[in-house]
Design a protein around this ligand. Sequence first.
Ligand code: ZN
Length: 477
Amino acid sequence: MTRAWGISVAVFCIILAGLLGCADRRSDLRCEPGLVRSCACPGGLEGIQPCAADGSRWLGCQGCGARNAGFGTVAALGPGGGTGGAGPTDPGNLIPNAALSVPGPERDAPAGWTFNRWGRSAAKGTWLESGGVSGGGALRVEVSRHGDGDAKWHFRRVRLAGDAWYSYSDFHRSDGRSRMVLSCRRGSDGVVSYRNIWQSEASAAWRREEVRFYLGPAADCEATIFHLVDRTGFLETSLAALVPVEPRPLARPLVSLAFDDGWKSAVTTARADLEERGFTGSYYLVKSFIGDPGGRYASAADLRALLAASRKGHEIGSHTAYHHLLGSLSAPLRRQELRENLDWLRGLGVTGAGLAYPFGDFDDRVGVEARALHPYARTSFDGLNDAATDRYRITVLPVTAGTETAEILARIDDAVRTSTWLVLLFHDVGAPDPADPYRTSTTQFTAVLDRLAEGDAAVVTVAAALKEIGEQAAPVR
Ligand SMILES: [Zn+2]
């Protein structure tokens, strides 16, 4: 256990002591279901320990284990450990000089790699020639002062073929959360686009993250991945790999229509639009938003109508009680955010509610609590879901006022072509409003529903999609 982890556990225990009694060395410990606390894994990595569902004991330390994809599946590697997945010398790895062993012309950066920063911040990038996994190279980003913008190392763009799946992975050590962004530069006109595809967590030991993504047939993409730092702190990365991977199709293409926050338009007129076409939607509600004085969100009467409609197939999920950033809350408040909304939903007769993270914000601890309380969790990361998808890292196409209709229709085509599952995430629907970035125009919404009415993909709720995927041969992790 590092000193920092030790301090955080100690502070956590002091907070807990007042609430529950933090007698973590006693064998007869009791705890509150849903609560999690830090614990030490063998080798010094920090893990997370949830309370048993019946409150009788703390369960074993989680997050220390061997798998390598997502939160709660940590690969902890000391020097000399294995790498898993593609390595820097893997012939399938598309990243040039992934081993970071060849110096560039300036000799302060590896060949094919560039350090870049933008915004009001102070940041520096360092090439550590032997500071990486197994004594290989690593790249360090250190942001000493952050106002806005970000800093990152990135590899020279590589041309990716369309209609193909790829996996990006790397190992990292850091003191906070970092984002992974797929940047595509169009070969035809040089226009650059960005997609938030995943994130990494604080980790004192080397930890591997992997994310799969699909590029449609029309993709004209010279790609690089920004594993970036947009906060004060550091990130080191090593053994980056970008490789084509096999598709993991579902038995049939699926599309889900998700609506966050309980906007009035979503639960009234948009719901009517769905029902007109025989569709059902997934509505993620926030207790404290219902009946707001401004009338932007569902009224009590709208809620009653939605509850009645849910008996005909619509899904109601949780979006927490007060819509706070879950990753920024203390453990007791975080737990309250989740449980209070769940209790409220149960009081309305809604059981087994899935979770949509407010602002898409989560971290390891939030992920463990989500697993303890909810049958699934939906992120706001951009991507298609396939048979390899973890039900606690469901991805979406976030639709905002800036999303082009053609982009949504192309993504539906992608899901149909690849037999995968697309979750379209909406908020407010109505006449365009420049002041409301979360409003989807009725025209666009209608165009999407009309496309779906052609029947190439089954329109099902998120819960129904997970049930269907779970029943297939390739289990959802
Ligand atoms: Zn929201």
